[in-house]
Design a protein around this ligand. Structure first.
Ligand code: FEC
Length: 312
């Protein structure tokens, strides 16, 4: 029997994507903290979106589905404890922005909420940035907002990713599976985070190691992807260089990329891995496969629902 009747708001934060091709410039300007891209930069990004979507932005629909599935998972998991949940989206670079989500919760009379980012690993420059904006937005409102910072070793997350590695390995000839190099990847960040003792690189390695242990693979490494095109150094090695080195120096012919830093199909997976890395692999004569994205996998929803519940 329920003992209380509490409605908890959940601010589900995600990167955000444009809604249509003509919004790419505004989106890119927001990512660049108000500095509009040059015409060349804009064209280059537009070309990438055209290559994957041709006018349809998969991240938006995927985030919508994840948020709906999470609300359902939470309401099922905690019903007996008298808790009900309402999820609000807060996007980093597109509407509804993080600030819109916080405002909407307050307007709906929510007094207690948990914020979570659809990215399992913490960096002050990634998840930390989302949290800072949500904290600023909540100032002065009658709303208590707690945060999940990371969940990169949650058993159900590791299970979901491990299952994906195991099933993607089946795309290689059975006799060749033991020679496949698994490359775990995540979004690079400016290398200056290393001076801040940021947990991001270690958390990536911890997730990679946990999946390797669970799946029993021994030939694996970690690589960064999608680094910004700026003059400052970014975390390396970059996945494109790793493909070349693994092939030329170690004779690797088959790779499985597992993008552990991302939870959904979007530009950084569908373009940077499926088109750019695939092109490089073909050039080198390598077979490259990628693990499926988590999207609304019930194990991922269970992970999110658990870590949100732990905040209450
Ligand atoms: O599908 C889509 O429309 C959006 C895909 C997308 C995701 C994503 C996730 C992360 N980013 C992270 C860090 C940075 C840093 C900069 C940066 C720039 C871009 C640009 C695009 C873009 N990001 Fe992104 N990111 C996605 C898309 N990102 C487009 C701009 C063009 C380019 O550089 O490619 C550099 C900002 C600056 O110039 O100052 C830093 C991190 C993540 C993973 C965590 C998360 O999801 O929040 C970290 C998805």
């Amino acid at each position: 029997m329920p003992t209380t009747n509490r409605t908890i708001g959940v601010l589900v934060m995600s990167y955000g994507t444009p809604e249509s091709m003509d919004q790419i410039e505004a989106y890119y300007t927001h990512i660049r903290r108000g500095h509009p891209p040059t015409p060349e930069q804009l064209q280059e990004l537009t070309d990438r979106y055209e290559a994957i979507v041709g006018g349809f932005f998969p991240l938006r629909e995927n985030t919508n589905k994840q948020v709906a599935a999470l609300e359902e998972a939470l309401n099922q998991a905690y019903a007996e404890q008298g808790l009900s949940f309402k999820c609000y989206q807060g996007l980093k670079h597109a509407s509804p922005f993080i600030e819109d989500g916080v405002r909407q919760m307050a307007e709906d009379g929510i007094r207690e909420a948990v914020g979570i980012v659809l990215a399992p690993h913490y960096s002050v420059m990634s998840v930390g940035g989302y949290i800072k904006r949500a904290q600023e937005a909540v100032e002065g409102l009658d709303l208590t907002l707690r945060f999940v910072r990371s969940y990169h070793l949650h058993p159900e997350l590791i299970q979901a990713l491990s299952e994906r590695v195991t099933s993607a390995l089946e795309r290689f000839e059975e006799s060749e599976r033991s020679s496949v190099r698994v490359i775990f990847s995540a979004h690079s960040l400016p290398a200056k985070i290393l001076e801040m003792n940021d947990p991001y690189p270690d958390q990536m390695l911890e997730t990679s190691r946990a999946i390797a242990e669970r799946t029993g693979i021994s030939s694996w490494q970690f690589a960064w992807q999608s680094a910004g095109r700026t003059a400052t150094p970014w975390l390396g090695p970059d996945i494109m260089d790793v493909l070349v080195t693994a092939h030329r120096e170690e004779g690797v012919k088959r790779v499985l990329v597992c993008p552990i830093g991302f939870v959904s199909d979007h530009l950084e997976v569908l373009y940077d891995i499926d088109i750019e890395c695939q092109h490089k692999a073909r050039e080198l004569g390598m077979q490259l496969e990628r693990t499926e994205s988590l999207n609304t996998d019930p194990l991922y929803m269970k992970t999110l629902s658990d870590v949100i519940g732990a905040q209450l």
